[in-house]
Design a protein around this ligand. Structure first.
Ligand SMILES: *Cc1c(COP(=O)(O)O)cnc(C)c1O
Length: 382
C-alpha cells in the first residue's frame, strides 16, 4: 500500500520526463483529422491529470475503474443517477448530513424512497429490503457517532437479493478498509477529507470493479458534468502519496486522545472504534483519526468549549493535517432536523474531533485547557 500510494497512476511524461504528474490545464485537444477520438478530446470527458488520479484511486481501492468529481456530494449524486423513479434505498442512519439532505431534499422529488436503519446490525438492512429496493448505502465508521457496520455481512445480503451496495469510505480510507474486497459494488469518497488530506481542495470519487457499472457511471460523469478540474486533481494526487504515513499518525494521535477523554470525569461518552477494549471488527487495520465525545452540559457551555481550544481549529470538515473541532448539532449536522438528530443519538453535547498530525501532547493539553475553562458548568461523571 505504501508503494502503491506513491506510484499509482504515475506515467512519466515521455516528452519532458517529469516525475510528478503535470497539471494539464486545457479544456480541449488537437485532433489529427475531424472526428479523431483516438486520444483526449474534451476535458469534461477526460483529462490526463484527472485520469492519473482516477487510476490511482481505483488502484488503492482495489477496483479497476475510478472517477473523480467536483465534490463528494457530486460523486454521490452521480451514483444516484443509476436509479429510476420508484426505486427504494436502505440507508445506514448515521449519515453525513449533506448526504441525508441530498436524499431527502433532492431525490425524494424524483420519487425515490428511503428507509433508514441502524447500521450496526447487518440484519437491519435485510429487514428493510422491499421488492423495489435497488441500492443499500452505508458509511463505516459513521459520521459522527463512529458506528461500525460489517461490510462483508451487508454485501452478502445485497448479493443474495440482487441489490447494489455502495459504501462511503471517507472516514476509513483504503489504507484502513477496502469495501470492494469485502463485496461492496461501489465505493464513494469525499476526496476533500483524508485522501487529499490538507484542507485545500474539495473533491469526490467513485470506484468500482464492475465493468457494467463503470460504463454507466462514466456515462453520467460526462453527461452530468460534475467533474474534478486538473489543478484539484493534482492536489488530490499529491495528497494520496502520503496517505499511509498520515493515516498511521492520525490513528496514533486519535487513540491517545480517545484514551485521555475516556478517563476525564467531564466526558460522558467517547466514540472511537476499539476504545471499549473490543478488537477492531470489520477487517479494519486501524481506527483512523476521528473521535467524537459527549459533554454533559448545556448547549451554551458546549459551544463555549469548542471555541476555547487554540490548536484545534473550530471548523467543519475533517481529514486534514491540522486538527479541527466541530459541534455537529449546530455545524455539520444542523441540516438534520432536531428531532431526527435526537432520535439518532446526536446529542447537543456531542463534539467531533478531526485529529491532525500535531504533537499529541500539545493536542491533549489544548483539550485539557478548554475543559478546565468551562469545568464549573459541566456535569461530572459518577
Ligand atoms: C464530507 C463528506 C461527504 C461530502 O463530501 P464533499 O466533498 O463535502 O461534498 C460525504 N461523506 C462523508 C462521510 C463526508 O465526510
Amino acid at each position: 500500500m505504501d508503494t502503491r500510494a506513491i506510484h499509482a497512476g504515475r506515467e512519466i511524461d515521455g516528452g519532458v520526463g517529469a516525475v510528478s504528474t503535470p497539471i494539464y490545464q486545457t479544456s480541449t485537444y488537437r485532433q489529427q483529422f475531424p472526428g479523431d477520438e483516438s486520444g483526449y478530446v474534451y476535458s469534461r470527458t477526460s483529462n490526463p491529470t484527472r485520469h492519473a488520479l482516477e487510476t490511482a484511486l481505483a488502484e488503492l481501492e482495489g477496483g479497476r475503474f475510478g472517477f473523480a468529481f467536483a465534490s463528494g456530494l457530486a460523486a454521490t449524486n452521480t451514483v444516484m443517477n443509476l436509479l429510476s423513479a420508484g426505486d427504494h434505498l436502505v440507508v445506514g442512519d448515521d449519515l453525513y448530513g449533506g448526504t441525508f439532505r441530498l436524499f431527502e431534499k433532492v431525490f425524494k422529488q424524483f420519487q425515490l424512497t428511503f428507509t433508514y436503519v441502524d447500521g450496526r446490525r447487518a440484519e437491519n438492512f435485510a429487514g428493510a429490503i422491499r421488492q423495489n429496493t435497488k441500492l443499500l448505502w452505508l458509511e463505516t465508521p459513521s459520521n459522527p457517532l463512529m458506528h461500525l457496520t460489517d461490510i462483508a455481512e451487508v454485501a452478502k445480503i445485497a448479493r443474495e437479493s440482487g441489490i447494489l451496495l455502495a459504501v462511503d469510505n471517507t472516514f476509513a480510507t483504503p489504507y484502513i478498509q477496502r469495501p470492494l474486497e469485502l463485496g461492496a459494488d461501489i465505493v464513494v469518497h469525499s476526496l476533500t477529507k483524508y485522501l487529499a488530506g490538507h484542507c485545500d481542495m474539495v473533491g469526490g470519487a467513485v470506484v468500482t470493479d464492475k465493468e457494467e457499472l463503470a460504463e454507466r457511471i462514466g456515462f453520467y460523469q460526462n453527461a452530468v458534468g460534475a467533474i474534478l478540474g486538473p489543478f484539484d486533481s493534482f492536489l488530490a494526487l499529491r495528497g494520496l502519496k502520503t496517505l499511509p504515513v498520515r493515516m498511521e499518525r492520525h490513528s496514533y494521535n486519535a487513540r491517545k486522545i480517545a484514551e485521555f477523554l475516556k478517563q476525564s470525569p467531564l466526558v460522558k461518552e467517547v466514540y472511537y472504534p476499539g476504545i471499549d477494549g473490543k478488537p477492531l471488527p470489520n477487517r479494519m487495520t486501524m481506527a483512523g483519526g476521528m473521535v467524537s465525545f459527549v459533554l454533559d452540559a448545556e448547549m451554551d457551555t458546549v459551544r463555549e468549549f469548542v471555541m476555547a481550544t487554540s490548536v484545534f481549529i473550530l471548523a467543519e470538515s475533517l481529514g486534514g493535517v491540522e486538527s479541527l473541532i466541530n459541534h455537529p448539532a449546530t455545524m455539520t449536522h444542523a441540516s438534520i432536523p432536531a428531532e431526527i438528530r435526537k432520535a439518532r443519538g446526536i446529542d447537543d453535547g456531542l463534539v467531533r474531533l478531526s485529529v491532525g498530525l500535531e504533537d499529541v501532547e500539545d493536542l491533549i493539553d489544548d483539550l485539557k485547557g478548554a475543559l478546565a475553562a468551562s469545568e464549573k458548568r459541566m456535569v461530572k461523571k459518577g
